[in-house]
Design a protein around this ligand. Structure first.
Ligand SMILES: [Zn+2]
Ligand SMILES: [Zn+2]
Length: 452
C-alpha cells in the first residue's frame, strides 16, 4: 500500500467504500472474517478535451464516441468557459450568432451553432456535421435553417451521458476549462472537473494571482461538492506560469505534466524548464517544506481529432465511479502516460516498486527520479525577446541539481528505496530507442506520481 499523507486519507475513504461495496454481498460477514479488500483496477481516462461546444472540431457525440470506442473508461468533456447545459444559447467561445428569427427556436434547448461556409479554427463546418450523420444517422444531428443560416444543436451533457455512459464500462464526468490570461496575455487555464456550474474567468496582473483567486473562488462556488482543480499546460503557449507560482500556492495539487498542445506553435527555450523539470522544482520545494506533493496528469486537450492523442491518465480504483476516481486521483493513485502502462506501482515503507505492463517486445528502462536534500533552490531569469514563434517572456532557469536520475534499471521491474538524503522519488518508464527524447517528450513513456 502507498504510504504518504494523502494516501492515509485515501485509505480512510477506501475503508468506507469497501464497506459500501460489500454491504449487500451475501455470505460475507465481518465475524466470519471473510471480507476481503476490494480488487483495484486501472482505468484509462482523459479529463481535458474539446468539441464544438467551444472550439474542438467534432460535434460532441462524435468526440465522446471516439474515446468510448478507443479503449477509454472515463472522460471529462471540458470545453472553454462553458458547461454543456440545456440552456438555449447562440454564442460561446469565440462565436456569436443570434438568429434573425428567435421564434424558430421556441421550445428548443441547448446551444445552437451556425455552419460556417469556410473552414478554419474554431468554426463548425459541414464536414463535421456529415461525419456525425455518417456515424449515427441523420436523426443524430438537429438542424434549423433560419435567415439563410443553418443552426446545429449541440448535444448537452445530460444527453451525452444517456447516449454513451455504461456502468462499469464508460463514464462521463462533467466539467469545463477556464480560459483566459493576464493583460500581457500570459495564459492561465485551469480545469474544474465534476462541476456543472461555470463562473466567469478572473483576470489579474499575474498568473499567480489568477491561479490563487480562481482556486479560492472555486472553493466558494463549489462548496460541499467533490471536484478537482487542475492547473493546465504551464508551457503552453510559452512559459505562461512558472514553478514559482505553484511553489507559492501549495493548495494546488494537480497540474498537467503532459498535454498534447504544449509543443505546438512554440519551442521550449533551450535553458528554460520543461514540464518534468517544472514538476521537480515544485516538488523539491514542497518535500523540503513538508507540504503535499504536486501530482502530474496526462491530458490530450484535443481540439483536432485528426492525430492520435498524446497523453492520458490511468487511475487505480475499485470501480468505475466518479467518487472513487476522484478519491484516487486526489490521493495520487494514478499515472500519466503517452504509450506505456504500469502493471503495478507500490510505495511501501520507503520503497517505490514498479512493474511495467509489457505489451510489446523491446528494451525497457525504469528511471527513478528525485531531488536530494541540500539541492540548489535558486533560479536566475533569462529574458526572451518577442520572436516569430514566441512572445516576450522572463523565464526562470533552475539548477540541474533538481530532478536527477537517482537510479536506472534496464528491464521491466524495479524498486528504489529512499535514501536519508532523498527528498522524494518518482518513476518514469520508457521504451529504449535511439531517438528517445528527454523530459515530457519521451515517447512511449509513463510517469508515476512522486512519493516521500
Ligand atoms: Zn487550455
Ligand atoms: Zn483545453
Amino acid at each position: 500500500m502507498l504510504k504518504n499523507i494523502s494516501r492515509r486519507d485515501f485509505l480512510k475513504t477506501s475503508a468506507v467504500m469497501a464497506g459500501a461495496v460489500f454491504a449487500g454481498t451475501k455470505g460475507l460477514s465481518s465475524d466470519q472474517g471473510a471480507v476481503a479488500a476490494p480488487t483495484n483496477h486501472w482505468f484509462k481516462g482523459n479529463l481535458h478535451m474539446h468539441n464544438q461546444w467551444s472550439d474542438g472540431e467534432p460535434l460532441p457525440q462524435w468526440a465522446v464516441d471516439w474515446y468510448k470506442s478507443h479503449g477509454y473508461h472515463f472522460i471529462c468533456p471540458s470545453d472553454h468557459n462553458i458547461f454543456q447545459s440545456d440552456e438555449l444559447r447562440f454564442d460561446g467561445f469565440r462565436f456569436e450568432n443570434p438568429p434573425s428569427d428567435r421564434d424558430a427556436f421556441r421550445g428548443q434547448t441547448s446551444l445552437w451553432k451556425v455552419i460556417s461556409p469556410a473552414p478554419g479554427w474554431p468554426k463548425l463546418t459541414q464536414a463535421h456535421v456529415d461525419e456525425t450523420i455518417e456515424r449515427f444517422g441523420k436523426d443524430s444531428v438537429r438542424m434549423i435553417t433560419v435567415g439563410g443560416q443553418t443552426y446545429v444543436r449541440m448535444t448537452p451533457f445530460s444527453e451525452l451521458e444517456t447516449q454513451f455512459a455504461e456502468p462499469g464500462k464508460f463514464l462521463l464526468i462533467p466539467g469545463y476549462e477556464q480560459t483566459g490570461g493576464c493583460p500581457n496575455d500570459q495564459q492561465v487555464h485551469v480545469n474544474f472537473i465534476n462541476v456543472r456550474e461555470v463562473f466567469p474567468y478572473i483576470t489579474a496582473e499575474t498568473p499567480k494571482e489568477i491561479l490563487e483567486r480562481t482556486f479560492a473562488k472555486g472553493l466558494e462556488v463549489y462548496d460541499g461538492q467533490q471536484y478537482l482543480f487542475t492547473a493546465n499546460h504551464p508551457l503552453w503557449r510559452y512559459y505562461d506560469y512558472s514553478p514559482a507560482d505553484l511553489i507559492a500556492l501549495p493548495q494546488i495539487r494537480l497540474f498537467e505534466l503532459n498535454n498534447n498542445d504544449i509543443a505546438k506553435g512554440f519551442d521550449a527555450h533551450p535553458q528554460g524548464w520543461k514540464p518534468e523539470q517544472f514538476w521537480d522544482v515544485v516538488n523539491a520545494y514542497r518535500a523540503a517544506h513538508g507540504q503535499s506533493l504536486l501530482l502530474g496528469m496526462g491530458s490530450d486537450d484535443r481540439h483536432s481529432y485528426s492525430e492520435p492523442p498524446k497523453a492520458w491518465s490511468v487511475v487505480r480504483a475499485a470501480s468505475l465511479r466518479t467518487k472513487e476516481l476522484l478519491d484516487a486521483i486526489s490521493a495520487g493513485d494514478f499515472y500519466a502516460s503517452n504509450g506505456l502502462d504500469f502493471e503495478e506501482i507500490q510505495f511501501e515503507g520507503r520503497t517505490l516498486s514498479v512493474k511495467i505492463n509489457v505489451r510489446e517486445e523491446g528494451r525497457y528502462r525504469i528511471q527513478f527520479v528525485g531531488t536530494k536534500k541540500g539541492y540548489d533552490p535558486s533560479s536566475r531569469v533569462v529574458e526572451v525577446e518577442k520572436g516569430p514563434r514566441c512572445p516576450a517572456r522572463k523565464i526562470d532557469v533552475y539548477s540541474d541539481s533538481i530532478g536527477t536520475v537517482l537510479d536506472s534499471v534496464e528491464g521491466t521491474e524495479g524498486a528504489y528505496t529512499l535514501k536519508p538524503d532523498d527528498l522524494y522519488v518518482r518513476a518514469k518508464i520508457v521504451k529504449v530507442a535511439e531517438n528517445l527524447e528527454p523530459d515530457w517528450q519521451s515517447k512511449p513513456a509513463a510517469w508515476t506520481q512522486p512519493y516521500c
